[in-house]
Design a protein around this ligand. Structure first.
Ligand code: ATP
Ligand code: MG
Length: 387
């Protein structure tokens, strides 16, 4: 832990020097000594000390209590009051600012130290609690947003099902072709509802840290080959190819999560290259992530520099991802401005990102509108030892 920084606000020069001396002796860094409230606020903003030691009676219009209040609300920096005045009225005003400590002059060096340490500790706890609360609030508001979008997204397929069911009620008046059409529509609407619910469940589990990471040895070459064959079976417009550039291809990876990652990337590559063409999955295995070029290192902020890694690339020559959408691409429900009539809910890449994070891996993409997109996923070939 580094030295804690303390700002001293005291208008009597000799007292101030003595306090600063005493603080330095105890191992604190004194960021500045100032004599009035305005200067105290200025220095608090400039140096961001961990704590302010504040005399109550100060030169100028603003006393220590008013200055402490401003410093606390603006910068969340705690104050310990230091004063020769302990009358009822002053104490009452000081109490209103919820001070972190109160020391009566003259004081023992030990008292000063104990009061400061307690104040720093309490502030640290309060900061942690505030951050935890903020995170919980953000999570809750994200979840509310997800639920309302999901409810909205479920409405379309649901009304398609209800509409078709009503039509089928009149089946005696419908020809066979229309009846089959209605049934097909109901089938595909239920499939898309099912997919949406599945995706929502995965996102929900990931958000509440319940998405489990179960790594096990996996032959990636075989896995990828099967996956590509599976996609090719139901695809006529696209040629789906797989290239493995390494002889080594067994890695300790969570198969279910990898399935989410690659299926989403490949189905996107197919879906967003409306003209057809080639969709290519590439697999590579590197003994040392250090071999990754500096540019890639920077892009991926790899946490795994010295360990073997596997690299997956999914390339397409489709519609591309507009610049203005790139920043939000991995956010749940975000869809790019150029999707037109292409259907989707915007959950696939959010799931991919979570699955990559669980592996302590990295994901990035390069894309040009109208030319194509390449997603690159880097995963440690075995779980990071600190995991
Ligand atoms: P789904 O939840 O069914 O996957 P989706 O495909 O719309 O819906 P994501 O997979 O999360 O959602 O992708 C988010 C958005 O990113 C897409 O809506 C699309 O605009 C854009 N996108 C993703 N992959 C590509 C790609 N290969 N080429 C062009 N745009 C893409
Ligand atoms: Mg998708």
């Amino acid at each position: 832990m580094g030295e804690k920084k303390i700002l001293v606000v005291e208008d009597e020069a000799i007292v101030a020097e003595a306090i600063a001396f005493s603080l330095k002796k105890q191992g604190y860094e004194v960021t500045a000594i100032v004599t009035n409230g305005e200067e105290a606020i200025e220095k608090a903003a400039e140096n961001q000390p961990d704590l302010v030691l504040m005399d109550i009676v100060l030169e100028g219009d603003m006393d220590g209590i008013a200055a402490a209040e401003k410093i606390r609300t603006r910068f969340h920096i705690p104050t310990v009051f230091l004063t020769a005045y302990a009358d009822e009225e002053t104490l009452k005003r000081a109490k209103l600012t919820d001070p972190f400590g109160y020391i009566i002059k003259p004081f023992q060096q030990k008292d000063l130290y104990v009061t400061i340490e307690i104040a720093l500790h309490r502030h640290e706890l309060e900061t942690k609690m505030r951050q935890a609360l903020e995170t919980a609030e953000q999570k809750a508001s994200r979840q509310t947003k997800y639920v309302s979008i999901a409810a909205h997204e479920l409405r379309n397929p649901l009304s398609a099902i209800v509409g078709s069911a009503k039509l089928l009620e009149l089946s005696s008046k419908l020809d066979e072709e229309t009846q089959i059409k209605c049934l097909d529509l109901m089938k595909s609407a239920s499939q898309s509802m099912n997919q949406l619910i599945e995706d929502m469940l995965i996102i929900g589990r990931a958000e509440s840290d319940q998405l489990k990471f179960n790594p096990a040895p996996l032959n990636l070459r075989e896995f990828c080959r099967h996956l590509v064959e599976h996609f090719q079976l139901s695809e006529e417009k696209h040629r789906i190819t797989f290239v493995c550039s390494s002889t080594k291809s067994v890695a300790v990876i969570d198969q279910r999560l990898l399935q989410h990652i690659l299926s989403n990337l490949i189905s996107n590559a197919i879906k967003y290259s409306t003209k057809g063409g080639e969709v290519r999955l590439e697999l590579d295995y590197w003994e040392k992530a250090e071999q990754v070029t500096p540019r890639l290192q920077e892009n991926y902020q790899l946490p795994i520099t010295n360990y073997p890694i596997v690299i997956f690339r999914v390339r397409d020559s489709g519609i591309g991802i507009p610049k203005q959408d790139q920043e939000k691409l991995f956010e749940a429900f975000h869809r790019c401005s150029n999707v037109g009539e292409i259907k989707g809910t915007g959950l696939g890449l959010a799931i991919v990102k979570k699955a990559v994070e669980l592996h302590q891996g990295a994901i990035a993409f390069e894309s040009e509108v109208g030319v194509g997109t390449t997603f690159t996923v880097i995963l440690p070939a075995s779980p990071h030892p600190h995991n």
